[in-house]
Ligand binder design. Structure first.
Ligand SMILES: [Zn+2]
Length: 175
């Protein structure tokens, strides 16, 4: 995939979750079909394919998976990422493909623009994908109160304080 310099996402969620990240507690890198096969069969039995898994794409461009409902920041080992979201697979051993994929991560609040990083990671792992996120979330930080918002139905107002939210992704405005 072509494209300009990729945005690097910092963890923007609650500090107490970030504090829980411990070295060695990171997710598994999925670099090929066999990695995914091992991961799906691992951890004491075949994982349920009907529910999505937590994923991040690390700064190395590689896909990392963690069991569903894991925090993205734990999946990333507390580090910055190129992309984050949820993914659901379909298929059988050696022929896994991506059935659904989203940028749903309230820990990193990534913009849907991070898709090329996801596509690159999936292609490196030999995993066919739908060509774009099947579900896209628009995250915005409220300029008034700082709350993380998910914009629904083009309603660009803060859930908490009602302030107007910016048209463009803005989590880089707070250092
Ligand atoms: Zn607000």
């Amino acid at each position: 995939m072509a494209g300009g310099p990729r945005r690097r996402y910092r963890y923007v969620g609650p500090a107490e979750l970030s504090d829980e990240v411990r070295p060695g507690g990171e997710a598994v890198v999925i670099g090929c079909q066999a990695d995914l096969d091992r991961w799906l069969k691992g951890r004491g039995g075949v994982q349920d394919l009907d529910e999505p898994f937590t994923f991040v794409v690390g700064l190395d461009g590689l896909l990392r998976l963690a069991p569903r409902r894991s925090e993205h920041v734990a999946c990333a080992g507390g580090r910055d990422v190129l992309a984050a979201g949820e993914v659901r697979f379909a298929g059988t051993a050696g022929e896994w493909s991506v059935a659904q994929v989203s940028n749903q991560s309230t820990g990193y609040c990534p913009d849907p623009d991070c898709w090329p990083a996801v596509a690159g990671a999936l292609e490196r792992a030999g995993l066919p994908h739908p060509g774009d996120f099947t579900d896209k979330l628009l995250f915005r930080r409220c300029p008034g109160c700082g709350e993380r918002n998910v914009v629904k139905d083009r309603y660009f107002f803060c859930d908490l304080c009602g302030a107007m939210l910016p048209e463009h992704w803005n989590f880089d405005c707070w250092a």
